[in-house]
Design a protein around this ligand. Sequence first.
Ligand SMILES: Cc1cc2nc3c(=O)[nH]c(=O)nc-3n(C[C@H](O)[C@H](O)[C@H](O)COP(=O)(O)OP(=O)(O)OC[C@H]3O[C@@H](n4cnc5c(N)ncnc54)[C@H](O)[C@@H]3O)c2cc1C
Length: 360
Amino acid sequence: MTTQENVPLAPLTTLGVGGAARYFAEAKREDEVREAVEFARTRALPIFVLGGGSNLVVADTGWPGLVLKIAIGGIVSPKPKNAAGNSVLFSVGAGVNWDDFVAFAVSQNCAGIECLSGIPGSVGGTPVQNVGAYGQEVADTIESVRALDTKTDMQGDRAVTLPKPACGFRYRSSIFNRAAPEGQPGRYIILQVNYRLKRGGAPCIKYADLEKHFADRTSPPSLSEVRDAVRHIRRSKGMLIVEGDVDARSAGSFFKNPVLSEEKFQELAARAEPRGLAIPSYPALAAHHKVSAAWLVEHSGFGKGFVLGRAGISSKHALALINPGEARARDIVELKDAIQQAVESTWGIQLEPEPVFVGF
Ligand SMILES: Cc1cc2nc3c(=O)[nH]c(=O)nc-3n(C[C@H](O)[C@H](O)[C@H](O)COP(=O)(O)OP(=O)(O)OC[C@H]3O[C@@H](n4cnc5c(N)ncnc54)[C@H](O)[C@@H]3O)c2cc1C
């Protein structure tokens, strides 16, 4: 493992803002991860684990310690003749590109993650915020996560296998990103994720956008048609990384959909009524009084294409804050703060950011 110094982080993220890492290392194998942890420990440096950089806002001052990029590859699955029934376990290296794995699973006719097509980032990043889209989330298929526990003793093999219940998956959260005492952000370095998929399973078509896409079909779509449809829909919303599409220079959705109590939900409806507005209700949201953060943002004066200084909002999706080219982290934070304040004063709701803020 080689360690570099003062490596710019902005090009390693989809948002493209932020300063440099004091030290930077890339680990392709588990022993290199251990070596990097040891390097940081002996110098008392904080470690930040980098995947595909698609859910990050890196501070303009960068990261004062070691940034460790996980580049462990490999997709292992039993040969069809050995597989028990149609349930197939895929063991995937944390550094594998997530969408490459989805493409591979679909090519193997395995269902369970087809709606998560086109999400950028690494396999190791998916359990962290329990990645989800179009009616699926990785918690539906993750069987276990193999990780290095940085809190345990340096002696011996500190890799642990966390079964799904130990990961504490919830909407956009897990023990890997939830604050203490429930979670332990930074404790585990994810090395491999094990997904259980269903060979020959039917694709999941729950979301209105997907139902609409296939409305004229008389026969059920295949997994690969659903994958293509999801990528097509994502592209139209600037949620697919496409070279040259400035709307995709984002960290994806910048705010989580707030989950409200019955009382808070009624309060919100009461604020909407005099404005002649109705809170949008989709089946996927309504069950838990989950409110569309994009709707709240748009109805607080921050529509698609909004610009504030060097930062902006995607022209295709109100929830994506973008870097049109010259933005710094502080510009993104200024826009984030302005949106949060407007939503709070208009609707009485505090929006919680979804990306991870690094070095702030
Ligand atoms: C255009 C666009 C669309 C998006 N659409 C979606 C969507 O539909 N649904 C969704 O849920 N998300 C979406 N995202 C957000 C993002 O793609 C996911 O959160 C993704 O899983 C992040 O993975 P990453 O490898 O890029 O992680 P990074 O951004 O590199 O890191 C994110 C966090 O995970 C941690 N982490 C990463 N790898 C590891 C590891 N191996 N071990 C321990 N910790 C690790 C980091 O330390 C950090 O805390 C989108 C982002 C963009 C830019």
